[in-house]
Design a protein around this ligand. Structure first.
Ligand code: B16
Ligand code: MG
Length: 226
């Protein structure tokens, strides 16, 4: 039997990224960074924000600052991250179960009903807070977030942490991601990767969908066999 077919049949768990997959907190991250950049007098726009998709808070700040980063002490960098996070937390106060991206809740529920194990694999330190606001904490067997590992995406560490928590091997798990750094992390760790978004961004995945709308377990497993 073709090795890809055998492997897709071996899938026992799913690891979901949060921002851009389950809910769209990207806009709130953008507004937080934009407010900080405006206050500091740094240029920042939506195009620059695309470079921050899926990367950690610290790496986001370093990318935003570019060559300016070396002018700042560690204390000042920490201060800027704290300020941005305060703006972000203010803006996500209103998040509710209505803010799930189309198809996400349905797929999570279908996976649970079919007894797949489910983990979160998000770079965010606010991930648990967001899961609670969306009222979906109970759908996850494990949570890997911004506190779980030192090395962030594109390193595979976060997804390896999630797989271990699920007691599964990487080859038994599908990672669902919207960021190029996340796809790179999944492939580096030996996971199946499902990319959500344009192929220019997530084309390195084993299967690509525009988003999770009308995506069922069977669609994912069949796409992995292609
Ligand atoms: P925080 P994900 C990522 O979430 C976001 O996409 C990214 O923009 C953000 O900088 C990162 O979390 C860290 O978030 O500041 O809340 O710790 O896509 O990995 O779910
Ligand atoms: Mg993401």
């Amino acid at each position: 039997m073709d090795s890809r077919i055998t492997a897709a049949m071996a899938v026992r768990g799913f690891i979901f990224d949060l921002d851009g997959v389950i809910t769209d907190t990207a806009e709130f991250h953008y507004r937080g960074w934009k407010r900080l950049a405006d206050e500091m007098g740094f240029p920042f726009d939506r195009a620059a924000n695309e470079q921050l998709r899926g990367v950690s808070r610290r790496e986001s700040l370093l990318r935003l600052l570019g060559e300016r980063a070396s002018q700042f002490t560690e204390d000042k960098l920490q201060d800027m991250m704290t300020r941005k996070n305060a703006y972000y937390l203010q803006s996500i106060q209103e998040i509710s179960p209505r803010d799930m991206l189309p198809g996400a809740r349905e797929l999570l529920q279908e996976l649970r009903a079919a007894h797949f194990k489910i983990a979160l694999g998000s770079a965010s330190k606010n991930a648990r807070h967001v899961l609670r606001s969306l009222e979906i904490e109970k759908l996850f067997d494990a949570v890997a977030d911004g506190y779980s590992v030192e090395r962030h995406k594109p390193a595979p560490d976060l997804f390896l942490f999630a797989a271990k928590a699920l007691q599964l091997a990487p080859g038994e798990c599908v990672v669902v991601e919207d960021a190029a750094a996340g796809i790179e992390a999944a492939k580096a760790g030996g996971f199946y990767a499902v990319g959500l978004g344009p192929p220019e961004r997530v084309g390195g995945a084993d299967a690509v969908f525009p988003n999770l709308e009308n995506v069922h377990v069977a669609n994912v497993l069949n796409a992995l066999k292609q």
